[in-house]
Each structure stands twice: as structure tokens, then as C-alpha cells.
Design a protein. Structure first.
Length: 286
């Protein structure tokens, strides 16, 4: 309540009213008004209500003071400055992420790096033969089996084993899904089909992948089905026909042989290829 006098004075002067004029309207002396405004005395509740009526304000403004509205211009200038700085930071960050390959790699993975002149692509044959057991009596059980895996994050797994009919080049097929790894500085992919730097998939200089299927002592070549384009930003699919056919066809493994081995067939794959993309240093790009 000690600040009531200050509030009365502020409200009075804002209305260009003298102490004497306020005193006349309240039917009190000027000295009484002066005593209120200097804090030497306090008006009673009834007088406070009369003061608020004369000054045309709510009584709470007399007691607690006038609520100050925010400085909208100052607030607008503040947020305009904050927005401008934030926009500049975002723009600069985006430019940096675009220039150093982070943005493009995040959006498109190896596909971006193969189509960008700032990255160099190299290819090499993956040595070794990789064997996998396939169960042709339960095709779904083969999904996810690992044919190849290394410390770089590259993997080749069974995507599906399906049955596509009885024609010479149909029948059972196995499809592999390759997964690579990538980051701003480059990436790797091990697969049977590798994209060239123009983005198209083909068989590279190491030749196309080779596969053979075996049951017991029988072993037959697996013709290549084909390959897909780059998917999941970091991999693709390639597949082989599994040479299962009638027992009269000596080029193929018969269904009788398959049944005698409880439907278990082994496939060996060679000639996998490793793609490596490397971001070149700035001076190498020109």
C-alpha cells in the first residue's frame, strides 16, 4: 500500500489534473492529497473508490498501478533480429553441408556419390568363394541368411527364394540383397552387380558373379537371373536360377536328388565385386 500515493500521482498527472483539482472533486483539502501522494497518509477504501471513479480507472490500478502494455515495436525488432540471424545460420549451414557432400549423401547415399564429380569410384574383385545352405522345402526360412559380411558394413543376404515354373530357365530362383555403407567421405558396396559412375548397373571388369549349386556329389552351374538398380540408397539385388529339374535332364539336379537330401541345397558364389567411393580433396577436384 505504500506505493498507492505514487499511483495516485501518476494517474492524476497523466490526466493533467492538479492536486487542488483532485481535492475539490473529492471534497478534501489539497494537503490531504499531498499527504497521500507523499506516503504520509493513506486514503480509506471508500476514498480509493471515489479516486478511481474521478480518474476513470479501476480501483486496482490505484492500488497496484497501471499495467504497462508491452512495447510491440521493440519486440518485433528483437524477433526480426533473431529470425534474421537464425535464417543466416541455417543458410550457411546448408551451404556447408551441400558443399562437403553431407546433404547429398544423406538424401541419396551412394547414388549421389556416383553421380557427383567430387567423388572417385573404384572397383575390385572380392576374393574367395561364399557358400550358403538353402532349404527348398521351406522357402521363407531362407530369407535373411548371410552370404557375405565384412567389417566395413557390407553384407549380402538372401532376399527371397521363389519358384517360377517348370521351363528350362525357370523353376527355383534365389535373390540376394546387398547392403553397403556410406558417409560424407565415401562408401562401399559389395555385390554381384555394381553401378558405374554414370549411375547405371552392369557387370564390371571382374566379370559377372558366378554360382553353382550342389547336393551331395552333384554340382551344377546356376545361370544368372539379373540385377536390380540401386535401392535403399546403399544396395541392390541380383539373383540366380537354381538348376532343379527332372531326373532325365543331366544338366540339372533332379527333384528326386533334392528329396533324398531333405530339400537342402548348397549354393556357392564367386566373383563378387567391391565398389568404393572416395571424396576427393579440394585440389583434386580441379
Amino acid at each position: 500500500m505504500a506505493s498507492v500515493g505514487k499511483h495516485i500521482r501518476a494517474l492524476r498527472t497523466a490526466r493533467h489534473m492538479t492536486q487542488a483539482e483532485l481535492a475539490d472533486k473529492l471534497f478534501v483539502t489539497r494537503q490531504a492529497v499531498s499527504a497521500w501522494e507523499t506516503g504520509k497518509a493513506l486514503p480509506d477504501v471508500e476514498t480509493l473508490e471515489r479516486i478511481s471513479a474521478i480518474l476513470e480507472v479501476d480501483v486496482t490500478e490505484v492500488i497496484y498501478g497501471t499495467h504497462r502494455s508491452p512495447d510491440l515495436k521493440r519486440i518485433k525488432r528483437h524477433w526480426a533480429l533473431v529470425g534474421g540471424i537464425s535464417s543466416a545460420i541455417i543458410a550457411i549451414t546448408f551451404i556447408i553441408l551441400t558443399k562437403n557432400g553431407t546433404w547429398g549423401t544423406w538424401r541419396a547415399g551412394l547414388q549421389y556419390q556416383l553421380g557427383n564429380s567430387n567423388y572417385r569410384a573404384s572397383y575390385e574383385e572380392v576374393p574367395g568363394t561364399y557358400m550358403l545352405e538353402l532349404n527348398l522345402t521351406d522357402l521363407e526360412s531362407n530369407r535373411g541368411k548371410i552370404l557375405y559380411e565384412d567389417d566395413s558394413g557390407c553384407r549380402v543376404v538372401v532376399h527371397a527364394v521363389d519358384f517360377n515354373g517348370e521351363a528350362a530357365e525357370d523353376g527355383y530362383r534365389v535373390w540376394f540383397q546387398s547392403y553397403g555403407s556410406y558417409g560424407r567421405r565415401g562408401g562401399q558396396l559389395v555385390s554381384g552387380a555394381i553401378p558405374y559412375q554414370n549411375g547405371s548397373f552392369s557387370w564390371v571388369d571382374t566379370g559377372y558373379p558366378l554360382a553353382s549349386a550342389s547336393i551331395g556329389v552333384l554340382e551344377r552351374d546356376c545361370p544368372l537371373v539379373g540385377a536390380s538398380g540401386l535401392n535403399r540408397k546403399n544396395g541392390n539385388q541380383f539373383g540366380f536360377h537354381l538348376p532343379i529339374g527332372s531326373k532325365t535332364d543331366e544338366r540339372r539336379i533332379s527333384y528326386n536328388d533334392l528329396q533324398s537330401e531333405d530339400g537342402i541345397l548348397y549354393i556357392e558364389v564367386t566373383n563378387l565385386t567391391r565398389l568404393t567411393t572416395t571424396r576427393m580433396w579440394y585440389w583434386e577436384q580441379y
